[in-house]
Ligand binder design. Structure first.
Ligand code: DC
Length: 221
């Protein structure tokens, strides 16, 4: 049996920062499942398919292959042989990923890939439905939350850190709320607190405080 730690929650709650730290601390792999939805959304757009056009996304799904690889910079998402990692962090891809993730067949395909990886690799996975749908029997399940306002401030900082100053705080806050709504209200495997998950509200916690809380939850593994 492999060791699986599930961290779910809305965007900007601090999941990936903490998941990376925990993975390093425990010497296990970090699987960023959002990157998989982003990779697929990027691929659809590149092929002229709108992420909400289910009739066109479905045939694309049948032909697309996705591989997750790791190098010294972390996780790479390979779609049909192309490394799409450099393109999937752009602002417009976030909403596109959320939109394509509403499609049932998309979720089944990516959840299947996530389960295959989790079955053979000790890992921390972050996402929206890991504890509730993908791995309901994960060893530890965490739901990381923060207020939309705090998350918007963090997201703005992240974008600016990458040299993107083109979005106002208000715009980012709107986008965050719209994405939360879409992720929490989709029909299949929506974002929610999984049964048995520990909720951590990171709004007023430092990264170190969140990391210690999570390490504490994992100490008996
Ligand atoms: O974690 P992220 O911001 O990179 O995720 C992008 C979108 O992908 C998110 O808004 C919804 C979708 N997603 C999902 O539906 N399920 C996951 N396990 C991970 C991401």
């Amino acid at each position: 049996m492999t060791l699986n730690i599930a961290i779910d929650g809305p965007s900007g709650a601090g999941k990936s920062t903490i998941a990376k730290l925990i993975a390093k601390n425990m010497g296990i792999t970090y699987l960023d499942t959002g990157a998989m939805y982003r990779g697929l959304a990027y691929f659809a757009l590149k092929n002229g398919v709108e992420p909400n056009d289910e009739a066109k996304v479905l045939p694309l799904l049948d032909t697309v292959s996705m591989d997750i690889e790791y190098n010294e910079n972390g996780q790479k998402v390979i779609v049909n042989g192309e490394d799409v990692t450099p393109f999937i962090r752009e602002h417009h891809i976030s909403m596109a990923a959320s939109t394509i993730s509403k499609i049932h067949a998309v979720r089944l395909k990516l959840a299947d890939l996530q389960r295959q990886i989790a079955k053979k690799t000790d890992c921390v996975l972050d996402g929206r439905d890991i504890g509730s749908f993908v791995l309901p029997n994960a060893n530890v399940k965490i739901y990381m939350d923060a207020s939309a306002e705090v998350r918007a401030i963090r997201r703005k900082g992240d974008l600016e850190g990458k040299g993107d100053f083109s979005h106002t705080y208000e715009e980012i806050l709107e986008d965050i709320k719209a994405r939360d709504y879409q992720d929490m209200n989709r029909d299949f495997a929506p974002l929610k607190v999984a049964d048995g998950a520990t909720v951590i509200d990171t709004s007023y916690m430092t990264i170190d405080e969140v990391a210690s809380a999570v390490i504490n939850l994992c100490k008996d593994l």
